[in-house]
Write a protein that binds this ligand. Structure first.
Ligand SMILES: Nc1ncnc2c1ncn2[C@@H]1O[C@H](COP(=O)(O)OP(=O)(O)O)[C@@H](O)[C@H]1O
Ligand SMILES: [Mg+2]
Length: 174
């Protein structure tokens, strides 16, 4: 059985987590790997649709997702998880629970994220229309020692994708 792993992408909204992970998923599927995607926007409409964005609800969101990722990972699936997941301590608990785990910090300045603003959420947060938005009026705790950092405000998408694939190889998952 191929070796399962959860590659956990963390970073500000609009940093590029979904874009990079979707492309990695496509490449790995073409190579015949078993791949699953767990994405914040999708999970929050299904598995965790009852939750909001308080610290407690963010914690519960990641807790449920971590449970699913653990089951998949132990069955040999490459899980690509994309969540803002702003708290160091919560990500650490996911790492401990899942075991086979790589953290990818999708690093991008908040200024560039605001320029991208693909869903118009920063605009609403900056106007005070939504509260507790990460990067505006809610904290983001940078990973102190992730397996990989991609600088999505300096690299092309392709470069970031290649770096993820190389890191997965280096850690023995490909
Ligand atoms: N190196 C890069 N990596 C990822 N996305 C990038 C990069 N450079 C530019 N982008 C763009 O930034 C945006 C990121 O959006 P998205 O992936 O939805 O972010 P997130 O899932 O982190 O909220 C996309 O429009 C993407 O094309
Ligand atoms: Mg996303």
């Amino acid at each position: 059985m191929s070796k399962g792993v959860t590659v956990w992408f963390t970073g500000l909204p609009c940093s590029g987590k979904t874009t990079i992970a979707d492309m990695v998923a496509e490449i790995l599927r073409e190579q015949g790997e078993k791949v699953e995607r767990l994405d914040g926007d999708i999970v929050r409409k299904s598995l965790t649709r009852d939750l909001g964005f308080s610290k407690e609800d963010r914690d519960e969101n990641i807790s449920r997702v971590t449970f699913v990722a653990k089951l998949l990972t132990r069955n040999g699936v490459k899980v690509l998880a994309t969540f803002v997941s702003p708290y160091i301590e919560r990500r650490q608990r996911s790492r401990d629970e899942i075991g086979e785990f790589m953290e990818v910090y999708v690093r991008c300045s908040v200024e560039v994220c605001i320029k991208r603003d693909i869903k118009g959420m920063y605009k609403k947060a900056l106007a005070g229309e939504i509260k507790g938005f990460t990067g505006v009026d809610d904290p983001y705790e940078e990973p102190p020692s992730p397996e990989l950092i991609v600088d999505s405000d300096k690299e092309t998408v392709d470069e970031s994708v290649q770096k993820v694939l190389e890191a997965m190889k280096k850690h023995g998952y490909l």
